[in-house]
Design a protein around this ligand. Sequence first.
Ligand SMILES: [Mg+2]
Length: 232
Amino acid sequence: MRGIVFDIDDTLYCRQDMLVQAAENVLGVKIPDWREFIRIFYEKSDVNMAQLESGEVSTRDTNGWRYNETFRLLGLPYKPQDGGRAADAYLELQSHMFISDGLAAVLDKLASDPSLKLAILTAGESKHQWNKVDMLGLDRWFDRASIIVTGDTPYTKPDVELFRMMETRLGFSPSDLWMIGDNYDKDIAGAIAAGWHSLWINRRGLPAPDALPDITVLNDDEFVSALAKEFT
Ligand SMILES: [Mg+2]
């Protein structure tokens, strides 16, 4: 028996495309370097993730601030209200999020294999993340009891307690578990520290870190192929 634990954002669907698209729609310009845009936006996300998870600040306000900070640091022309407008545009794009056909097909195979158990470990505010579970139709492959949203816990990624919580939830030992995620520091370093296997979706082509995951892929096609190769 093996457990495969997925992150949601930028793992099961491509969040970064939507973040950049929303900014371009609001500012009316093409973002020159999307990798740098995402790098700064995600760096800013780390600043207020804990308040977001605790419900102290709303997802909309948090994202609005992250957008304005990113616009400012990149020297893009913006007005103070554009951050909030971009946050709204992003939420609207998110309401149309979907799982790609290729990934859905491989998830169907994994979910029908009795020797595998599929689970989710996702960071963010509770209601917002559970909405994504609904919008992506994740009930097709995942039991709700196998989904942990950090906003429902006292911990945030990559706290090893979250990985221990998942081990208890699924009844697996660390060496039987795989973490699948896009964020090296939160998903992969956490999994390695917990003694799990890991598959890193390195979408931005970041330099290889010291502690290597078992598998690294660079895009969705490689991700779907790697899942099928390792688990089917
Ligand atoms: Mg992610």
